[in-house]
Design a binder for this molecule. Structure first.
Ligand code: F6P
Length: 565
């Protein structure tokens, strides 16, 4: 699809000019937040999620202009092309259909891809059924390990998109009371890093006889994952004292031949498909197999339903009321027009401690691009630097910078009810209310700040006053949900997946390839070859590296060919 470049639209020019208006003192958030009508207009509720963006540096006219920008960059046509199954990942000639992973049993025709891959819904449903059956048989003890002992523990080996999302959902659910009950007596571990320390940590206290290993790799060639899989296979073989440990392995991959070559039989392979990118694959077997093994299938079903509610909202709701669209447009406004390079996600919920690392990969691998879909340089910076930490931990860490240092737009995510409430009559508020007091205060502190005059009114010594001023005018979204459950976890996942896609569509980039990760991997191949050579024949000459890398390798290998200077 050829659509207008963002920089050539009239909305782009208008927004550039509008920035000046938003920089005037009267547009400071402390003033804008006094306008009740504006505050009411900058709130949306959908699917049980309340999004308040009154603390964004926007007026009603800004939202109108951003919606104009969405129209002029053909956002609707691009979202429709994604839903319909067009090959919108143009550099790899693939459709992008992760929403189908959340399909209902018998979706109406408008919720089935129309082009390209025809059997996606059937493939997803078949895989779901096999996951449900397999996980039930493992959990009930019908399927055992090779010594006939139950497989109570699961180690998931995978990295990047084959790991981060699953860990986020696992952490989100493990303190949900219903999920916790289902997981009694079971353990779920993740092994991602090729660092041998991670092997020790992942296998700590586990018994090989009771351990099932899920190797998750779309390509089944990722160096870290394959070395970890071989390492853990040796651990199993040694622990069980037999060569054939296939009863302890399953794989999730789209490379069936390589899985078989590794020794995992076809019936223990759960598929991944080209039309699902790694970082968008949590709702595929990548995530739902380990989660079903640990929490049981009904939690997974609820999780998928939650994600589906947001898919339907995203595809069917006009832009003005569409949560992922609004969040994406605000992301474009903050980064491209207001010049904020970073952004943070601040869940006031400890169970979301792995949400930020997932968003980091989802967003930065998707939108960290320098050219548009046709390969032309963008001429502006796309993608944000994403980071985050649960509140209130973050408050005692990097919030200093948020309040008085750089401007970093933030998403505050909070819940009306805790997964694990604690109330004590001796305390003036419950523990959750204490947490949420911070949740409501921080966005206002960032937005309104504290002026020089306010500081002086507090009789602060003049020399200290500048240190106590808060400039304010720091933008944020507030997202309020009922409680963190499998359903709302699925909603959060889909909300952010679609936000990422919206930003990519508006910027005109391909959010679904990741060529930027290749160069480092290829260069690591030459270093590995060199290290292998030197370990075998100490003193072997170092190959064609630059002088700095040569010196570093000499130091690492202890060859010190050049001698001490
Ligand atoms: O780091 C790049 C990447 O290709 C990710 O996009 C992907 O999720 C990850 O590596 C793992 O890849 P695989 O699933 O093929 O092992």
């Amino acid at each position: 699809m050829t659509s207008k470049k963002i920089t050539e639209t009239s909305a782009w020019k208008k927004l550039k000019e509008h920035v000046r208006e938003m920089q005037m003192q009267e547009s400071h958030l402390k003033n804008l937040l006094l306008d009740a009508d504006r505050c009411a207009r900058l709130q949306r509720s959908a699917e049980g999620i309340l999004l308040d963006f009154a603390r964004q540096r926007v007026k009603n006219s800004t939202i109108d202009l951003l919606l104009e920008l969405a129209d002029q960059t053909d956002l609707k046509a691009k979202v429709d092309a994604m839903r319909d199954g067009r090959a919108i990942n143009n550099t790899e000639n693939r459709p992008v259909l992760h929403y189908v992973l959340r399909t209902s049993e018998d979706p109406p025709s408008e919720r089935r891809p129309k082009f390209g891959v025809q059997d996606t819904v059937a493939a997803v449903l078949k895989t779901r059924r096999s996951i449900e059956q397999f996980s039930t048989e493992i959990r009930s003890g019908k399927l055992t390990g090779s010594t006939k002992e139950p497989l109570t523990d699961v180690v998931v080996i995978g990295i990047g998109g084959s790991y981060l999302g699953t860990e986020f959902v696992y952490e989100a659910l493990r303190t949900d009371p219903d999920c916790a009950k289902e997981a009694v007596g079971r353990r779920l571990r993740f092994l991602a890093n090729v660092d041998p320390i991670d092997v020790t940590r992942a296998l700590e206290d586990l018994e090989p006889a009771n351990t099932l290993v899920v190797v998750v790799s779309k390509t089944f060639t990722t160096a870290e994952t394959m070395l970890n899989a071989r390492t853990v296979r040796r651990w199993l073989q040694k622990g069980i004292e037999r060569q054939d440990v296939s009863a302890h392995f399953v794989a999730v991959s789209s490379a069936g031949d390589l899985v078989e070559e590794f020794g995992i039989p076809e019936k223990r392979l759960f598929p991944m498909w080209d039309w699902v990118g790694g970082r968008y694959s949590v709702s595929s077997a990548v995530g739902i197999l380990p989660l079903a093994l640990h929490f049981g299938y009904s939690a997974v079903d609820e999780f998928l339903q939650g994600a589906r509610s947001i898919d339907e909202h995203f595809f069917e709701t006009p832009h003005r009321n569409n949560l992922p669209v609004l969040m994406g447009l605000l992301g474009v406004w903050n980064s491209t027009f207001l010049g904020c390079a970073a952004r943070c996600v601040l869940p006031y919920c400890q169970a979301l401690l792995k949400f930020a690392p997932h968003i980091q990969q989802l967003d930065m691998e998707s939108n960290g691009k320098r050219v548009d879909t046709s390969g032309e340089e963008l001429g502006f910076d796309a993608g944000e630097i994403d980071f985050g930490e649960p509140g209130t931990n973050g408050q005692h860490s990097f919030y200093q910078l948020l309040h008085q240092g750089r401007i970093v737009p933030a998403d505050f995510i909070g819940f009306r009810k805790s997964q694990q409430p604690i109330e004590d009559p001796d305390e003036i508020v419950s523990n959750h209310d204490e947490l949420m007091s911070n949740f409501f205060a921080q966005p206002d502190a960032l937005a309104t700040g504290k002026s020089w005059q306010q500081v002086l009114n507090e009789k602060v010594p003049a020399e200290l006053a500048p240190h106590k001023v808060f400039p304010g005018n720091r933008p944020s979204n507030v997202l309020l949900l009922d409680q963190l459950t499998p359903y709302t976890t699925g909603q959060l996942l889909a909300l952010y997946e679609h936000r990422t896609a919206v930003q990519g569509f508006v910027w005109g980039i391909n959010s679904f390839d990741q060529y930027g990760v290749q160069l480092g991997k290829v260069m690591a191949d030459s270093v590995r070859d060199q290290i292998a050579k030197c370990r075998k024949n100490p003193g072997s000459p170092l190959g064609n590296f630059n002088p700095s890398t040569t010196a570093l390798l000499e130091s690492y290998l202890g060859t010190n060919i050049g001698g001490d200077k």
